[in-house]
Write a protein that binds this ligand. Structure first.
Ligand SMILES: *Cc1c(COP(=O)(O)O)cnc(C)c1O
Length: 433
């Protein structure tokens, strides 16, 4: 399958090129030319299939023309070595727990899938080293670094904002060593993202190095997240609750929800989506006004959603032909400040004995407030609450147990390279590799 750029000024790319470049030459995001609907028979029997079986059918629709069937199947099955359970919380609200992977965040699936796909292409082509840049507001760095750890032919540079990620998050990508280098940027997440984008646009740098991105701008990172939506639907169907399904996604860069919108385009019977924002509510404002106005991000307790200019907004626009009306018909918005997020976490812990993380709390609350009586809501619980231990403990006034997987990271020694937010410094560093 060929990929075009959302800016329509770059030449088309193969899957391999799209994955190895990340961003198109005109700064646009790659989009597949076709989004193939899956047959009715698949939806009729989806509740009898496993997560891996469902995911393979979805992956085949996107990548089947470019990757041999047995290889693709292996990539999907290796990626999904953990479950994504649907947990009923109230009569009509379910939590899809996406945090049972190695770094306890939903980005594990995209990170692991991309690592395996890129690994396959590197091996097939005998390519020189691919340098993966990833800007992180906390969770992406760990998922991508752990996904790509030790993969031959790949080196990962994680750019993260100094002092703006939790200690646990930081430990998950600064303690790994091997082919992972952590760059501690004296700036915000937006600065990290801007550095990365500038690097892709720099001609000299790209002649010197093969650079790609492992952020959700990369098709191999964001598309596999569609698996979640199909599996959520399958589990709802099993529970006899699949009619009028509403999926609510705590959103930052909008990669996750965009994968869900692709799913809907493939025929997945989701009635509508809700994008839940923290105070960085650029998308929410867009829905209200029809005008997209990016602005500098502000720090919140749901820090993985502190994004001031969501990169996948370009894909959402493209998918709906730029129509605000069409976008608003499929997606509604919500926005919560830190006090509201904390209040929800506290209330749900007390009343339902379910511990939400700050991101999932935005998702839950939007359903609690916006669900109609005949609808069933699923929100994506995007990270394990222990990843935000200090925040969560302060809010609920109790100690939070740290899963062993996280404790293992905590025992590692942090190694990072401090760097300014000036592109000249970053470029100089990369030119010396
Ligand atoms: C990355 C992340 C989000 C936001 O996902 P996007 O795909 O960027 O919209 C939400 N919650 C958590 C915990 C995350 O790590």
């Amino acid at each position: 399958m060929k990929y075009y750029s959302t800016n329509k000024q770059a030449s088309e790319a193969t899957l391999e090129e799209a994955v190895a470049k990340g961003l198109a030459a005109d700064k646009g995001l790659f989009m597949p030319y076709a989004i193939k609907p899956l047959p009715q028979e698949f939806y009729d029997s989806i509740d009898t299939l496993s997560f891996q079986e469902i995911a393979y059918r979805v992956a085949d629709a996107f990548f089947g023309e470019d990757v041999p069937a047995d290889t693709l199947k292996q990539i999907v099955y290796d990626t999904l070595s953990f479950d994504v359970p649907l947990v009923q919380m109230t009569e009509n609200i379910y939590s899809l727990e996406l945090f049972h992977g190695p770094t306890l965040a939903f980005k594990d699936v995209g990170g692991r899938f991309m690592a395996r796909l890129l690994g396959y292409f590197i091996k097939k082509e005998g390519k020189k080293r691919v340098n993966v840049l990833v800007a992180t507001s906390g969770d992406t760095g760990s998922a991508v670094a752990n996904g790509l750890l030790g993969v031959e032919g790949i080196h990962v540079y994680v750019l993260y904002p100094k002092g703006k990620v939790s200690e646990i998050q930081e430990k998950q990508f600064t303690t790994l060593g091997q082919n992972i280098t952590a760059l501690e940027i004296d700036g915000t997440f937006d600065d990290c993202q801007a550095l990365m984008k500038s690097a892709f646009m720099d001609k000299e740098l790209n002649e010197h190095l093969q650079l790609t991105s492992a952020n959700s701008i990369n098709v191999a990172r964001f598309l596999p997240q569609a698996f979640y939506y199909f599996y959520a639907y399958a589990q709802l169907k099993r529970a006899g609750k699949a009619d009028n399904a509403v999926i609510c996604v705590p959103s930052g860069n909008f990669g996750n929800i965009t994968a869900g919108l692709f799913g809907k385009r493939m025929g997945l019977p989701v009635k509508r989506f809700i994008a839940s924002n923290n105070r960085n509510d650029i998308f929410y404002q867009y829905l209200q006004t029809g005008v997209y106005t990016p602005r500098p991000s502000i720090a919140t307790i749901a820090n993985a959603m502190d994004v001031g200019d969501p990169s996948n907004f370009a894909r959402v626009l493209d998918l709906y032909g730029g129509s605000h009306e069409a976008i608003s018909a499929d997606i509604s918005g919500a926005t919560y400040n830190d006090e509201q997020i904390a209040e929800t976490m506290k209330e749900i812990w007390k009343n339902e004995h379910y511990l939400l993380d700050p991101h999932g709390a935005c998702g839950f609350r939007a359903l609690q407030e916006g669900l109609k009586p005949d609808e069933t809501g699923v929100f994506l619980e995007t990270a394990h609450p222990a990843k935000f231990k200090d925040t969560v403990e302060k809010i609920i006034g109790e100690a939070v147990e740290i899963p062993e997987k996280l404790q293992a990271f905590m025992r590692g020694e942090k190694k990072s390279l401090p760097m300014s937010k000036d592109f000249a410094d970053f470029k100089k560093y990369l030119m010396e590799i």
